[in-house]
Design a binder for this molecule. Sequence first.
Ligand code: GDP
Length: 366
Amino acid sequence: SLQCGIVGLPNVGKSTLFNAISTGKAEAANYPFCTIEPNVGVVTVPDERIDVLIGLVKPQKVIPTIMEFVDIAGLVKGASQGAGLGNKFLANIREVDAIVHVVRCFQDENVVHVEGRVDPVFDKEIIDIELQLKDLESIEKKMQKTEKGARAGDAKAKAELELLKKYKETLEAGKNARSLVVSDPDLKESAVGDLKLLTDKPVLYVANVDEGSMLTGNEYSEKLREAVAHEGADVIVLCAAIESQISEIEDEEEHEMFLGEYGLKESGLSKLIKASYALLNLITYFTAGVKEVRAWTIVKGWKAPQAAGVIHSDFEKGFIRAEVIKLADYEQYKSEAGVKEVGKMAVEGKEYVVVDGDIMHFRFNV
Ligand code: GDP
């Protein structure tokens, strides 16, 4: 499954947040294909819709969707030059699909700040610069490789080199690779696809605030929000210390009560997981039967056969059609048969683009 890497300077609350993630972890037995490493947390993606389906279908088994978070500790100033365990951590980041950047927005004299003061915007820039330097290194290497072909008059190499130069300029100007708008996705893929640029990965920010600012945010989280507004990036405000307490509570009712006491409708962790899922451009469809109600993860924009392939490759190869029910109709008519009777079950072909929340039944040839 897809992975989000948690990055940030030391002492900003990454481990605290990661512990909260790992405590509320998905039931491992359901996901035997996941290799669980100590720095990887597997979580269930909270989804109210699956609860509705469970209520209607009353299945023997329920399998929600999951996603993985990787704790990438040890990023410090100078990491791109090998400071700390710099290069190892940067290599870890290369493997993730998206980045959750935790920024310290709380004052606490007992918790040392590596740079001596709380300044979330400056902290964020330290991390950005390390990642940009690393990307610059990758770009320059690729430019050397591409130059030969370009000089020999190869048109494709020339176009790639042009684009690589643009990336170089962007990074040298202290901007992230993702800020460069590239109109030709194929050219982008051939020029930089293999580099897995760190600053080209989608990012969201976590403003780790003090307990008192959980609902409102504070001056630090506001500054952060202003600073990243032009990136169009999400900022999730939460208090990692409290999230870690919340995650310890297994009893659902007690959990609700605890949230209520803090005036929270939903835990920060739940918000973070949902935002990360969306950041990865993922959506969910459901299959619903008495034996099993299950949520499946696909990329937004996938057509029915590709979506079916997530269940089994045979479903994709032998795809005939998909029967699609909307959750609202399932709720209104109570069962698949009820929905069919009133003619609300759609029969869709190969070109159908799956919509988030669809309840799907695939017909296929073996
Ligand atoms: P990491 O180095 O980024 O992984 O940071 P840690 O999670 O280890 O946290 C560093 C210190 O900050 C620990 O002593 C935590 O207890 C403390 N800490 C983490 N989150 C919060 C928070 O939300 N509020 C306060 N006051 N302290 C926190």
